[in-house]
Design a protein around this ligand. Structure first.
Ligand code: SF4
Length: 446
């Protein structure tokens, strides 16, 4: 989601006549889009910004800015942490970043022509206010970076209150864009060569629940899926991340009659213990989560399910942990992100007294990783010898003389071929071998 927000900001700079550079040495404005999910991410962003302050000595006009979740939660305080900082812009104001930075930069450059010393006289801006309709501002993409598989932000915010999560504070209440607006964006992407879209939301299946009505028993999210499915040229649709609440039969059924929906869901489970789910303020039981997974597998036979799990949550006993492990085995995930719980300030879980010792968290983390890795290896091994449909996304990032793509189940496949001819195409590839996490194959030529 942050990447998508950053792309929107980059597009505004590009439209304003700037060139986007990834090399901080070249930059006149340096912006860091921040994440607050883990304390570590905030420390990293602060460290990076501190380190980049050195460019001021060479280029006194450089503008520094923080955007995103940490900017939203810490606000003005960041100017004390980072004295060279100029701009702090929250999660509902991405569309204002260009205006703020351009204004400061222009003033500095004008002044510098008169008096170099004056260029350092600061003007800083902190804008973390709420803005009605901000969800409608994340809709443009960089022209020069068309990826055949692209993210589309359909909503912002989350009304849940998971006790370990800071998102409701940093991203606000759920706000959905209209179906018409999203469809327009997807058509525009299609015209530029995009064939696969991933619909993004903090709690994506609950899209529009407070704004738009159910129609014929279908949620606004399923209505949106149907409309995107109608778009010629869009061959694949994904979404992330759904929540068990609101994951109803209309969405499960959609996988039976919308063939463009890819055979993969990333479905955060977090814990297999009802007691811990309750402490996490996740308002469902483990049995419900398992039931949805089973119904989804029945609706789509080749479905891959991946998940997020937190180990070492405050109060997690060995028994709770073993329930999580058992559920993971029972569902048979294709892969999982395992997070060792770490205290996140300003969340209810951060204040819980029954924190778990780091050594125990680490043991559980390693133990679960072993299981997850084995499940991922087994699933990939079972694909060797099969022919899979791959969306070729271009040159492989790890081995640049080969191409890379993903199956409908979101598994990465590396193969040889001509990037110009194959990028953006859905191809049949015979899987020859698996290294556990990556598949290697040969295109099937007819
Ligand atoms: S549903 Fe997700 S984004 Fe919302 S509060 Fe829970 S963990 Fe955070």
């Amino acid at each position: 989601m942050n990447e998508r927000d950053s792309e929107q900001v980059a597009r505004m700079f590009s439209e304003g006549g700037y060139t986007v550079t990834k090399d901080e040495f070249d930059a006149d404005a340096i912006l860091v889009n921040t994440c607050s999910v883990r304390d570590q991410a905030e420390q990293k962003a602060l460290g990076k910004m501190g380190h980049m302050g050195k460019h001021r000595t060479r280029k006194p006009h450089v503008v520094y800015g923080f955007m995103g979740c940490m900017a939203q939660s810490r606000g003005e305080e960041l100017f004390t942490n980072v004295p060279h900082l100029d701009v702090v812009v929250g999660t509902q104001k991405y569309h204002k970043v260009f205006e703020y930075v351009d204004d400061i930069l222009s003033k500095r450059l004008e002044r510098r022509m008169d008096d170099v010393e004056l260029s350092m006289i600061g003007e800083s801006i902190c804008d973390i206010a709420e803005e009605k309709g901000s969800q409608n501002t994340i809709k443009d993409h960089l022209e020069e970076e068309v990826n055949p598989s692209t993210f589309v932000s359909i909503m912002q915010g989350c009304n849940m209150k998971c006790s370990y999560c800071i998102v409701p504070d940093t991203r606000g209440r759920e706000r959905g864009r209209t179906i018409a607006d999203i469809v327009d964006e997807v058509k525009g992407l299609r015209d530029k060569g995009v064939v696969e879209v991933t619909l993004l939301g903090q709690i994506v299946n609950l899209y529009g629940r407070t704004e738009f009505p159910r129609v014929d028993g279908k949620s606004p999210f399923v209505q949106l899926l149907e409309k995107v499915h109608e778009i010629d040229g869009i061959e694949r649709i994904r979404f992330t991340s759904p929540h068990p609440i609101g994951y109803r039969d209309d969405l499960i059924n959609a996988f039976t009659y919308l063939p463009k929906l890819c055979s993969h869901i990333h479905f955060p489970m977090q814990s297999g213990s009802d007691r811990i789910l309750k402490k996490m303020r996740r308002p469902y039981k483990n049995a419900k989560f398992v039931e949805i997974c089973n119904k989804m597998k029945a609706a789509r036979k080749d479905l891959a399910i991946t998940t997020d799990v937190i180990v070492g949550y405050p109060g997690e006993t060995e028994e709770d942990y073993l329930m999580t492990k058992e559920t993971m085995r029972e569902i048979g995930f294709d892969n999982a992100f395992i997070f060792r719980y770490s205290i996140r300030k300003n969340t209810p879980a951060g204040d819980m007294e029954d924190q778990i010792a780091e050594t125990v968290k680490e043991e559980r983390n390693q133990d679960l990783l072993k299981l997850v890795n084995q499940m991922a290896i087994d699933k990939n091994d079972s694909l060797v010898g099969t022919t899979q449909e791959i969306l070729c996304t271009g040159l492989s990032k790890t081995k640049s003389d080969t191409l890379s793509g993903r199956t409908s189940q979101n598994k990465i496949v590396i193969f040889e071929g001509n990037a110009e001819r194959m990028a953006g195409k859905i191809l049949k590839v015979k899987i020859q071998r698996s290294t556990g996490f990556t598949l290697y194959g040969t295109p099937v030529i007819h």
